[in-house]
Design a protein around this ligand. Structure first.
Ligand code: MSP
Length: 473
């Protein structure tokens, strides 16, 4: 039994959650449930990123106090994570007193690598990121993600000496001490690391009020990413308690847009603190809506609650974990979503359960509970261990489809009709055994459905009164 610590990016609370936010949580939840299946002890963090100008500006725009505003939105995110069936163990809010105090202690520990200098350059409040002259020029002065002009800053800031750690971070990535996934992002990160100047890690209080005060200098507030990245260890109690039972994290799940912070600033901070680096940084692609980036101005933001309510949570997880590729950008459309629900979840799995359970009940078939001796197949484990979750889900689904083919070939209903009870018993036991094995592989992806299916066949078989996934067309 191993101790496994899994983390998710903490979203900004400058609005309600959208379907893209579900990715970190769902992927991390698959990881957590897979390790639980393997018998490991799992700790799983989630949280909210509540500081920075972006949030402060939004609250002002709405004419509410910033604290009130973040309280309201943080609650929406907490509800959302629960609604996704995600079994996190720890939730951190960056406005929590403990987080703020621990962050300040982290700053103190990093002081040997911090110096004060004048920052002259660009900043994007949308990304909450300092932008190099080269990047600003390439993008003609406007952030391509937020379609807003970069702000010109000229201010006295504290800097973090990334230069001191670059070589160590490079070695860690190349040696696999800190795996960066998918592979093709690794080269991208190494190049960025090379080009990374020392990073400015504070803003004058005149420019940014909503943040963690720099200890010992009331004129400065911490850069929001320094505060946000620290969450992964402050939530474990660092530096008040020894976190070595859980740290380093087994896997940190982030979107590809924020991998750069996790592959450069974060490891440098950890090295400065004398802490080991996460074992894997897993970066997923973006969920697009009708082929486009979701944005409030285009008006194509998809509300995850609406998606869940349409066909239930299993359908949501089914689509986002199988049809949204784990690493590449993928498209959500209502048509694709409905088709996946009706043609796959309802047809392949729902019908299969209904058919087998009905046959078993009608013919008094006794099904021995045989999953205890079941070992997870090597092919599945390899995919799961490499965080290839959409592929592992495909593999599990292939098992479901092959049971459907076996039923069509072995025709248990014909055996029942001909009164060949012994043969029927043998055939059904084999089929249900296969179903329960496949169900085991589905558990990390569709925990609610998997639990129901296991319960249906656990004792005298009673088919569900209504199909598990009633068709909508
Ligand atoms: N607050 C920072 C993260 C700090 S982590 C120490 C942030 N917040 S965010 O709200 O912009 O994004 C939160 C997570 O959601 C990120 O992993 C981001 O990649 C992910 N996504 C946001 N939009 C997304 C899609 N459209 N699709 C998939 N993931 C998306 O960045």
């Amino acid at each position: 039994m191993k101790n496994i610590y899994i983390t998710t990016a903490i979203p900004y609370v400058n609005g309600a959650p959208h379907i893209g936010h579900a990715m970190d949580y769902c992927l991390a939840d698959v990881c957590a449930r897979y390790h639980t299946l393997l018998g490991d002890a799992v700790r799983f963090q989630a949280g909210t990123d509540e500081h920075g100008n972006k949030i402060d500006l939004k609250a002002r725009e709405l004419g509410v106090s910033t604290q009130e505003y973040v309280n309201e939105n943080a609650a929406k995110f907490q509800d959302f994570v629960r609604k996704l069936g995600v079994e996190y163990t720890d939730f951190v809010r960056t406005t929590d007193d403990d987080h703020v105090r621990r962050c300040q202690e982290i700053w103190r520990k990093l002081e040997p690598y911090i110096y004060k200098a004048k920052y002259e350059g660009w900043y994007c409040t949308g990304c909450e990121r300092y932008v190099t002259d080269k990047e600003c020029e390439e993008n003609h002065g406007t952030c391509p993600d937020h379609l807003k002009a970069y702000e010109k800053l000229s201010e006295e800031n504290y800097y973090f000496r990334i230069a001191d750690f670059k070589e160590r971070v490079r070695e860690a990535i190349l040696s696999g001490e800190m795996i960066v996934l998918p592979d093709y992002r690794q080269a991208e990160m190494l190049k960025l690391l090379d080009e990374s100047p020392d990073v400015s890690i504070s803003r004058p209080v005149s420019q940014l009020k909503w943040g963690v005060p720099v200890p010992g200098d009331e004129t400065q507030v911490m850069y929001v990413w320094l505060d946000a990245l620290s969450n992964y260890i402050t939530v474990l109690g660092y530096p008040d308690v020894d976190i070595s039972d859980w740290w380093p994290a087994t896997a940190e799940f982030v979107g590809k847009d924020i991998l750069r912070f996790h592959a450069i600033i974060w490891p440098a901070m950890l090295l400065g603190l004398g802490l080991p680096l996460p074992r894997a940084l897993v970066s997923h692609g973006m969920v697009l809506a009708d082929g486009q980036k979701m944005s409030k101005s285009i008006g194509n933001v998809v509300d995850p609650v609406e998606v869940i309510d349409r066909h239930g949570l299993d359908a949501f997880r089914y689509f986002f974990l199988r049809h949204i590729d784990t690493f590449a950008d993928s498209d959500f459309t209502w048509e694709k979503y409905d088709a996946a629900y009706n043609n796959e979840l309802a047809n392949d799995l729902g019908n299969l359960v209904q058919r087998l359970a009905t046959l078993a009940q009608k013919n008094n078939i006794v099904v021995a509970e045989t999953v205890d001796d079941f070992e997870l197949p090597a092919e599945y484990c390899e995919l799961m261990d490499n965080y290839e979750y959409s592929k592992a889900f495909d593999y599990a689904w292939g098992r479901v489809q092959s049971i459907n083919r076996s039923i069509d070939e072995s025709k248990p209903w014909a055996l029942a009709k001909n009164g060949e009870i012994d043969k029927l018993q043998e055939c059904m036991t084999g089929l249900v055994h296969e179903l329960l094995n496949a169900n085991r592989l589905l558990t990390p992806f569709l925990p609610t459905a998997a639990e129901k299916i296991a319960a249906i066949f656990a004792g005298p078989v009673v088919p569900p009164a209504t199909p598990l996934f009633p068709k909508t067309k």
